[in-house]
Each structure stands twice: as C-alpha cells, then as structure tokens.
Design a protein around this ligand. Structure first.
Ligand SMILES: Cc1ncc(COP(=O)(O)O)c(C=O)c1O
Length: 364
C-alpha cells in the first residue's frame, strides 16, 4: 500500500476523511456562506449578464499588471473604498489568495506576525512560507496579544485577526484596533464572514465598532460569501495597495478576477446599500430564532453547535439531510471539538430555520 493510501486509511479510521458530493438543489441550504441569499438573486445575475453582453469581451485575459485590469474592476474598487472609507482597493481571485498575498508580501525579514490562533488556514499557510517570524496568540485574548506586541523587538509588527471567526462565529475584540494603534502595528482584518453581515451599513467590523479608518488598517473581504459571487477584495492605504501590486505574487502572477464575478459583486454591494434596513431586520429575526431555540447568541449568521465527536456530528448531519436540510459537519482538525455549523441564511424562510433548529435541538 502506498504512503498516500495509508494516509487515507488513517483518516477514515479517525473519522477525518473528507469527500465531496453534489448536493440536491431541493435541500434547504443552511450550510453555505451565501449569508444574504444573493447567490439566488436572479435579478442581479441578469443585470450582470446583460451588461457584459454589450461589451466587446467578457473575460479578463491577463494579469492586472499586464492588460487584465478593466474599468469594471476599477469601478467596484472605488465603490468599496467609498462605502468603507479606505483610500485604495484591489480585487483578486478568492479570499484564500488574498490572505496569501497579504501575509507573504507584508511580513519581511525582521518583522513579526501576530496571528489569532483561529485565523483561517490560508493565513496560516501563508505564515509558513519563507522563514517568517510568526506568533499565534490565544483566540481573542487581547491581554496576551498586548504583552506579546509590547515585548517585541521586531522591525515591524503585523497583527492578523478575523472580523467574525469562520467556525466559532464570534467577533474580533474592539481592543485589537487600539493595540494596533498604540504599538504602531499594521492590522489585517479578514472580513470573510463579517462583511455584508454586521455593522450599521452591513460593511463589517470596522463599521460595527465604528472605527475611523487609519493608514495602518487593512481590510480583506471575500465575494463568495455575503456578496453571492466569487473572489475577494483588499482595502488599505494608497501606498499599501501600490506595494501589494508590486510585491504580492497572487496579484502579479495570476489572471485578474473574472468580469462576471466582479460585476455581480458590485451589483450585490449596490443591493446591500439600497436594502440595508430590510436586510438587517431579516438578520435580527434569524438571530432571535437561533437564540430562542438553540440558546446560541450569533454575532453574525454562523451558529456553531458543539457536538464533540467526529462520528456523531456526521450522524446528525445525515439525519438532517434525510429531513431535507443541509448543514455543515465540521470536524477535527478544522475545529477542536466537532460542530454542526448552521448558517442562518436569509435565502431560507424563517419557518424552515425554526423547524431545523427544533430538529437539531432534539439530536444534539
Ligand atoms: C476567514 C476566511 N478567510 C478566507 C477564506 C477564503 O476565502 P475564499 O473562499 O474566497 O477563497 C475563507 C473561506 O472559507 C474564510 O472563512
């Protein structure tokens, strides 16, 4: 048996084996990250296709640094800057690439990266590239972070946190912004699960905590989640974006983000701006249902239901699938204790969420 086959056997034995599946469209979707249900919004899709159909070409054809930068990218970047209060922005293909781009290019020799221990796998992977000095601090432990940053002799200090953590569903602490300012550190906030979900204008944690934007802040957001599209954006000060365009390999050596995805995300942003009050009402309604039935207070729309065992979590997922609901079954090593990850998407009716929560309450 080859090394790889042995690895697979061991994964199966420990309940950690993963496989992909085409899930039925008839399932009620409480597993995807399409928080606002925009991936199902046909009007946004049709407006996008209509606009692209009138253009001489519909694919980006090259890297942004060659000839793949399009007015559609520029318009969206400018719109994102306006609503989020940043000087400059850049879009790229996937949040995974955005984390690689940011971490790999910003953390240089003599610098130290301070990363929350629950930061996304893409950031962790990026921190292992080269010989970077990285310190993982206890999740959301601002006292530990401050002590580490205060005692650091690094040339530059870079702190990386998520706006809402992808598995635990909790917010980063407001204090992280103060620590970054106090110690002159660069702060990277991955808003994959918070942009479009929290804040007065639904723009994410900067908006939620009402943080005035400063030149040491970098905001990353993904387009494959609340925006119902695909890709990612990075917002920062002018010189940081210019630096990334000159140093970040996923920006330089990759074909730029597709025009369809960019334009669709721009339409989604406009939709969020035009419907903020209604969307917030819908989000709050779902947060109440989950709290009332499961006793989980969601910061955004992620409910992590702790189950503990890898096998039990799969059994629960299977039972819920038979009842017509899809939920995430997240196991070790992605999380410490296996969870059912329920996404209270706006794309499903509140009644369905209520019924799912009641079933889950019986099974947990
Ligand atoms: C916190 C976080 N950052 C980054 C990513 C990667 O984003 P994308 O799916 O756009 O590659 C994810 C995806 O799940 C995520 O949860």
């Amino acid at each position: 048996m080859s090394f790889y086959e042995n690895e697979l056997k061991a994964l199966k034995k420990s309940g950690r084996h993963r496989h992909r599946e085409v899930w039925s469209d008839s399932l009620k979707d409480f597993s995807s990250n399409d928080y606002l249900g925009l991936a199902h919004n046909k009007a946004l899709h049709e407006q996008t296709v209509q606009k692209l159909s009138c253009m001489p070409y519909h694919s980006t054809k090259a890297s942004m640094l060659v000839s793949g930068y399009h007015q559609i990218h520029k318009n969206f970047e400018e719109a994102l800057c306006r609503v989020n209060g940043f000087e400059a922005g850049v879009v790229l293909g996937s949040g995974f690439n955005a984390n690689i781009a940011l971490i790999e290019s910003l953390v240089r020799k003599g610098d130290t990266l301070f990363m929350d221990e629950l930061y996304h796998a893409s950031g962790v992977l990026a921190s292992q590239i080269g010989n970077m000095d990285v310190i993982f601090f206890k999740h959301n432990d601002m006292q530990e972070l401050e002590t580490l940053v205060q005692n650091s002799q690094a040339k530059r200090k870079i702190i990386a946190v998520e706006g809402i953590y992808s598995m635990d569903g909790d917010l980063c602490e407001r204090e992280v912004f103060e620590i970054a300012d106090k110690y002159n550190a660069l702060l990277v906030v991955d808003e994959a699960h918070s942009s479009g979900v929290v804040g007065k204008h639904l723009m994410g944690v900067f908006d939620f905590y009402n943080i005035p934007i400063k030149s040491n802040y970098i905001k990353m957001g993904t387009l494959g989640k609340a925006y119902g599209s695909f890709g990612a954006f990075i917002l920062a000060s002018e010189h940081i974006v210019e630096y990334l365009l000159n140093r970040a390999k996923p920006l330089i050596y990759a074909t730029s983000l597709s025009l369809y995805d960019t334009l669709l995300a721009h339409k989604a942003l406009e939709f969020m701006i035009a419907n903020t009050a209604l969307l917030k009402e819908q989000i709050q309604l779902r947060q109440k249902i989950v709290e009332d039935i499961l006793g989980i207070k969601m910061a955004g729309l992620i409910a992590p239901v702790i189950i503990g065992s890898n096998t039990k979590v799969l059994e629960i997922q299977k039972t819920l699938l038979e009842l017509g609901y899809s939920v995430g079954a997240i196991r070790q090593p992605t999380v410490k204790h296996a969870i059912i990850r329920l996404i209270a998407r706006l794309g499903e009716e509140p009644d369905s969420l209520e019924n799912l929560c009641k079933e889950l309450e019986k099974l947990r």
